[in-house]
Design a protein around this ligand. Structure first.
Ligand SMILES: CC(C)(COP(=O)(O)OP(=O)(O)OC[C@H]1O[C@@H](n2cnc3c(N)ncnc32)[C@H](O)[C@@H]1OP(=O)(O)O)[C@@H](O)C(=O)NCCC(=O)NCCS
Length: 174
């Protein structure tokens, strides 16, 4: 899957931002495509920036499982601007988990701090949702930390609402 977007001039279905006017910044070409191995360095760096932990092995293993795996419902997409990776999104279609009919799950979405508030997160989410639609599902879900108001604001802005499930957890005794 590959989607070309341009801030202010977006294709059907993508959110459009008004950049008209004499002081409007120059339009930046944005491209959403499947991840490639050469993108991993930027993805690892971006994740470390957000979480404070560098997880090289985790990302390598995720890449092996999700790259080129669209046929199995798995998506690992990156957004680029002028060939620089500025964001990524990961998710997959899961069948009958928690008793639910097949639906798309978004596990992670990140946009480089310097590229935020320009529609990149929206473009990434819309691209992965398009992949889920093509896989035949009509629902998308995610899970987030209740302290992360930024990601909550983002998902709410995209139309996501509280779902029918509640997370439970407990400590395991050694
Ligand atoms: C959440 C995130 C992906 C949004 O990316 P983005 O490219 O800035 O998103 P967009 O520009 O498409 O913003 C879409 C909407 O989200 C909401 N939003 C985004 N950033 C926001 C902020 N800082 N405060 C409030 N609302 C915000 C707004 O409603 C915005 O629409 P608007 O600009 O028309 O008001 C990005 O901020 C990010 O990577 N944050 C860290 C993510 C994270 O914690 N990941 C770990 C868990 S998966």
């Amino acid at each position: 899957m590959s989607i070309n977007t341009r801030q202010g001039i977006t294709p059907r279905g993508l959110k459009t931002r008004s950049l008209a006017g004499a002081n409007a910044p120059a339009a930046i070409a944005r491209h959403v495509r499947a991840v490639q191995r050469a993108d991993l360095k930027a993805v690892i760096e971006m994740d470390a920036m957000v979480t404070g932990i560098e997880k090289r092995d985790y990302w390598n293993s995720l890449y092996q499982r999700y790259a080129d795996a669209v046929a199995t419902g798995r998506h690992f997409l990156v957004a680029t601007e002028q060939d620089e990776v500025v964001g990524f999104v990961i998710g997959e279609v899961r069948d009958w988990e928690f008793g639910s009919p097949p639906c798309g799950w978004v596990f992670a979405i990140d946009v480089r701090p310097t590229a935020r508030l320009g529609g990149t997160g929206t473009a990434l989410l819309q691209a992965i949702c398009q992949g889920f639609r093509q896989a035949g599902v009509s629902k998308v879900r995610t899970m987030l930390s209740r302290d992360n108001t930024l990601i909550l604001s983002f998902f709410r802005s995209q139309g996501m609402m509280i779902g029918p499930f509640i997370p439970l957890e407990m400590d395991l005794e050694p």
